[in-house]
Design a protein around this ligand. Sequence first.
Ligand SMILES: [Zn+2]
Length: 120
Amino acid sequence: MRFKYCKEGHAMDPSWKLCPVCIAPLKGWLVRLGEKHTGEVYTIHEGKSFIGSGAECEIRILGGNLARQHAFLVVSDICSIVDMGNGEPLKINNAVLVKSALIDGDVLLLGDFSFKIKLL
Ligand SMILES: [Zn+2]
């Protein structure tokens, strides 16, 4: 299937007028850590979001040795993350975890990249 992409880079069916990820309420950001990467942020919206290098991922991260589908976030009143077991193990605050709730300020290691989660 061919995709088109919204302004935030989410894959969309070419027939869709609105991006279903972007119209969900904004819940926070993944902020990439490391001096060179200041300002590199990925938005987190309510609902389920896949994180990985694949075009179908709502949070698509390239260049960090992530699996196509590396992990997913589920965000409602709380935010949780699940490692899909397809790549390097997910670390949260330096601990290897398959599944965890996340709070504002937690540091995630996804592939080779570290991120701080900012939750609204
Ligand atoms: Zn979008």
